[in-house]
Design a protein around this ligand. Structure first.
Ligand code: ATP
Ligand code: MG
Length: 256
């Protein structure tokens, strides 16, 4: 089982879109996938067609010890499972302070399903808070979606610093899995410049697959579907299938 945090403290860079569509694409490629919604906004949850009611057991109850992972996982229509979230999760930040092992509660819970999934993808909130720390401690690696804009690289240094701290005391083996260029517009020269700079800094950590700006990706969540189910032929859906293939090829190569 490979656990991957999809993270960037900058808001609106395509974390949730990537988490949902990559989950669906990996499932199409016969991988057993669990998607964890770790954001009180619950966008990944609704984006998979799950209705957020207050009665739903979520990742919040799991983190504070009120449910088991098995008690909260829901099957989606799209071939993968999800651990949902709703706005209750916003309270976890404070409640976790009181609890033992507050940084490893997600990691401990995931150990119970290690043989049930090939991939666990964690959709992080746009913050470097205790929820994100739980994701970083539970994960082997991080995927960083980013828009190739002027401030993108500046934000990256804060994230790289957080990863360094987490490696220092909580998860020494945490790696950068890859940087994903999202909402890409090849017509824009600034996009091209930032993209080049990214390649210079991070080399082959930058995925070859680029996610284009594509309206189908933005429309799909309002139908409660990944783009791969909403419009499989769209450029956006195809890009996430290509990303899933690139990811699997990289992992196969690393394992060989
Ligand atoms: P937050 O930080 O709030 O959690 P996020 O990083 O999860 O945001 P998303 O919610 O995935 O970002 O995307 C932000 C907005 O951009 C959404 O409205 C989404 O539908 C849209 N979007 C994401 N990727 C694309 C794309 N490749 N093309 C067009 N629209 C996109
Ligand atoms: Mg999000």
């Amino acid at each position: 089982m490979r656990i991957l945090a999809i993270t960037n403290q900058k808001g609106g860079v395509g974390k949730t879109t990537s988490a949902v569509n990559l989950s669906a694409a990996l499932a199409k490629l016969d991988q057993r996938v669990l998607l964890i919604d770790l954001d009180p906004q619950g966008n990944a949850t609704t984006g998979c067609g799950i209705v957020k009611t207050d009665a739903l057991p979520t990742v919040y109850q799991l983190l504070i010890g009120d449910t088991t992972l098995g008690g909260a996982i829901v099957k989606t229509e799209f071939g993968f499972d999800i651990l949902p979230a709703n706005r209750e999760l916003a309270g976890a930040e404070i409640e976790l302070i009181e609890l033992d092992g507050r940084e490893q509660r997600l990691k401990d819970a995931l150990a119970t399903v290690a043989d049930q999934y090939d991939y666990v993808l964690i959709d992080c909130p746009p913050a470097l808070n205790m929820l994100t720390v739980n994701a970083l401690v539970a994960s082997q690696s991080v995927m960083i979606p980013m828009q190739c804009e002027y401030y993108a690289l500046e934000g990256l240094s804060d994230l790289v610093e957080t990863l360094r701290k987490v490696r220092g005391n909580l998860n020494p083996n945490l790696e950068i899995e890859g940087l994903l260029r999202t909402m890409y517009n090849a017509q824009n020269t600034l996009t091209q410049q930032v993209s080049d700079e990214l390649m210079n800094h991070f080399g082959d950590k930058v995925y070859e697959t680029i996610i284009p700006r594509n309206v189908r990706l933005a429309e799909a969540p309002s139908y409660g579907k990944p783009a791969t189910a909403y419009d499989a032929a769209s450029k956006g859906a195809q890009a996430y299938v290509a990303l899933a293939e690139e990811l699997l090829a990289r992992h196969a190569k690393a394992a060989a």
